[in-house]
Write a protein that binds this ligand. Structure first.
Ligand SMILES: [Zn+2]
Length: 478
């Protein structure tokens, strides 16, 4: 397995600390609103990374946090408390907001075939762990108290900007700007808060007792603590979007390694932005596109996943509805071709192994998903029987998760009789219902809605329900 490491700025051979086992940490969402499809691109790419590792034979344990403590954002936000903002907007408590949007977030995971992490830990469950880490950092001299808050002292480190090369000048300025203007307690402008008792947001809803007073944790501390709590003192891979590199991941490394006294995480995996013609797409800029909005506009969430897999995770990906239209056409064509494959004999093991190897080489080469999809098309053109092709496509889909065989089966069933493949329907019924549907269609065309309704009622009496869908009339036995 080859993987680009943001820390070394090059593609490296991936070697986990314990052979065969991989410990992965993913920064989770701040649950104050629906997820934007730009954020979900990161989670799709991380999902493929995890499935690739499993496909290559690794045993993977993945942990994710949920940011449900309203944090003082030290990134490009304007410094508002995100959780509190969400709660005020919807007249709910912060925890109600967190619960609602956590469910919505994992609902999007299901729609996009993103696997669930092994452990999901809300920050509010780990306050004692945060306090313990901050106490240790104070004891070791890496932290200080000022203005009733506790800060991490970045000047105590030899190399604070350890992920530095991945940070643009603009990111650095945005990260530091808020703090310079707002917080005079800091000894160095890159210092960051570990615990607040006094901030510009006095109406913070969730607060806890601590040795430094009644308050709440800074944002970065939660990922270090939650990762160490569930995965131990070392991590193999830490994932996130590129905008997490600075300050969030830089600060995670600073406090974790100061606390542990040794290297914490070896490989840093970062997914690039989703962009449109005007630049980075986000919640606050341009149209706020969610998975449900895509569905409302008639797009299949799996087609969005297909679109994301067509490009490399380390490149910006340009989104537009025109591109989604083209992707829908390509995806439908692909499913049609797979639906034509028959079960025509035994799987040819030699061919299976040859193509499985090609696919594995593609995806284990720094998660080259577009090359992986090319191998799917190569299989369809390959000189072998259909059973072997189907077996290969099913195998590749363990990584791609595009429901390729399932969609193909659904399409075949739909094409066969319009009854959605209901096995309890005999030929005579199919003929009868098809005739009635044609009759109803004609009645509707002639604007004879009474007759159309009467036909629907007649079918219902015979135990057949019909449904008008975008793909035409569907029916099933009730
Ligand atoms: Zn994090």
């Amino acid at each position: 397995m080859k993987l680009y490491n943001t820390k070394s700025k090059r593609v490296e051979e991936f070697v986990p600390e314990v052979p065969g086992k991989v410990k992965i940490y993913t920064c989770g969402p701040t649950v104050y609103h629906y997820a934007h499809i730009g954020n979900l691109r990161s989670y799709i790419c991380e999902d493929v990374l995890i499935k690739t590792l499993k496909y290559a034979g690794f045993d993977v344990k993945r942990v994710m946090n949920i940011t449900d403590v309203g944090h003082l954002s030290s990134d490009a936000d304007t410094g508002e408390d995100k959780m509190l903002k969400g709660a005020k907007r919807e007249h709910k408590t912060v925890l109600e907001i967190a619960d609602f949007y956590t469910k919505a977030f994992f609902g999007d995971f299901a729609k996009l075939n993103i696997g669930m992490p092994d452990v999901v830990e809300p920050a509010t469950h780990c306050i004692p762990e945060f306090i313990h880490m901050i106490e240790t950092l104070l004891e070791k001299g890496y932290a200080y108290q000022a203005g009733e808050n506790v800060y991490f002292d970045t000047s105590k480190l030899d190399n604070y900007y350890v992920l530095g090369g991945g940070v643009s000048e603009e990111d650095l300025m945005v990260g530091v700007r808020d703090d310079v203007d707002e917080d005079t307690n800091k000894r160095n402008k890159s210092d960051f808060v570990l615990w607040f008792t006094k901030s510009k947001f006095d109406d913070q809803e969730l607060k806890w007792d601590s040795p430094w007073g009644y308050g709440y944790p800074g944002w970065h501390i939660e990922c270090s603590c939650i990762a160490i709590k569930h995965l131990g003192e070392t991590l193999d891979i830490h994932c996130g979007g590129v905008d997490n590199i600075f300050p969030h991941h830089t600060n995670e490394i600073a406090q974790s390694e100061a606390y542990l006294g040794h290297q914490w995480c070896k490989y840093w995996f970062h997914v690039h932005h989703l962009v449109d013609r005007n630049g980075k797409m986000s919640k606050s800029k341009g149209e706020f596109i969610t998975v449900d909005l895509l569905k409302e506009k008639g797009y299949d969430p799996i087609v969005y996943r297909f679109f994301c897999l067509q490009s490399h995770y380390r490149k910006p990906l340009e989104f537009s509805y025109e591109v989604m239209d083209n992707m829908t056409v390509s995806f439908d064509k692909l499913i049609k071709r797979i639906a034509q494959l028959k079960d025509d004999g035994a799987v040819d093991n030699a061919v299976f192994e040859e193509y499985r190897k090609r696919f594995t080489e593609a995806v284990t080469n720094d998660v080259n998903t577009s090359m992986g999809i090319t191998v799917v098309y190569d299989v369809l053109k390959a000189d072998t029987n259909d059973s072997t092709k189907k077996a290969l496509i099913g195998s590749f889909d363990e990584v791609l998760s595009l429901d390729l065989l399932k969609r193909a089966e659904e399409l075949s069933a739909k094409n066969s009789d319009g009854s959605n493949g209901d096995p309890g329907v005999d030929e005579e019924t199919v003929r009868f219902v098809t005739e009635k549907i044609e009759e109803r269609k004609a009645a509707k065309k002639a604007k004879d809605f009474e007759k159309a309704d009467a036909i629907r009622a007649e079918l219902l009496e015979k135990g057949i329900a019909i449904e008008d869908t975008r793909e035409g009339v569907k029916w099933h036995k009730i």
